[in-house]
Design a protein around this ligand. Sequence first.
Ligand code: GLY
Length: 367
Amino acid sequence: MSDRLNILYNKKPCYDIVFSGDFQDLAAELAALEIQDKKICVITDSHVASLYGDEVMDILQGICKKNVLFSFTAGEKSKTLDTVKDIYTFLINEKFDRKDLLIALGGGVVGDITGFAAATYLRGIDFVQIPTTLLAQADSSIGGKTGVDFDGFKNMVGAFYMPRLVYMNVGVLKTLDDRQFFSGFAEIMKHGLIKDAVFYEWLLEHMYEICDRDTDTLLEMVEQSSKIKKAVVEKDPTEKGDRALLNFGHTIGHAIEKARNFSLTHGECVALGAVAAAFISWKKELLSMEEYYEIRDMFVPFNLPISMEELDQEEILRLTKSDKKVEGDSIKFILLKKVGKAVIDRTVTDEEILNAISEIHYVEDCE
Ligand code: GLY
């Protein structure tokens, strides 16, 4: 029997997150959603389709009315309204109605697009998340954020829309390449940094098992990380307040992601953004110098960068200020008071941001 967490939405039980080391319990979990008379569309990308498409389609065979698969080109560039339109067309051609079900099989892009298509097709049909990257398991599959990028802005169009089930198989993490694995790990570290010092210490103590991708350690890590995210999203499901704490590292991180044209992974940018935010926290005397350097250096054993060459400081400042986390003229920055305690701060100046970007800008010493 797999472990599970039940996520509340507006204080009512909403959906389960199931934690498993394989897909063995998937059929039973889906059967509990009474799918025997439903059509199911598995939505995935070209990469994940070749890895897990057949396995998941085989599991669905005979337990639902009909199962079909829709696959789009892997990558952030597909996270557009055009892909959503292609999904609508496919669902209409396959005669999907409101009682049918979508399954998002893949990483964050697949989950966000599928969730948005589910939220809007026929004013809302059910969907299930099967996240296959650590980034999606740690972050994007929990909490009901769905959407697409628009006009160069990340996640600009979307909806809060809850899945019926999230099935996390940590077994799939074994086939992730190192960069993708550690990209997701940055979000897990973020959860410890903003909310739970004990979990953060546990991560550091289990560094070797995590890097070796030991199944039991991954199960424990993903479940504990999900508990932290659960507590935050249940308290503030639509980001009116404290859910913004989850954006620690993302304010400058998103700007770097865009400035470097998505050549860095999301987690690499979050790590750089987290170092910059911790630096600002030190300069504002929220953290001590020792705390800042400890936080910064602990990204290194997990293959995450703490500085980067070719960061155009003015461009990153401009992009930081054009992010949707800006309210009026003030940027909603997430800073740290200590490990495990994050705060929202609206007083960060352009000069403080430029100094922080300079701190993470690696310039080779020519002498
Ligand atoms: N990824 C941040 C959130 O779910 O709010």
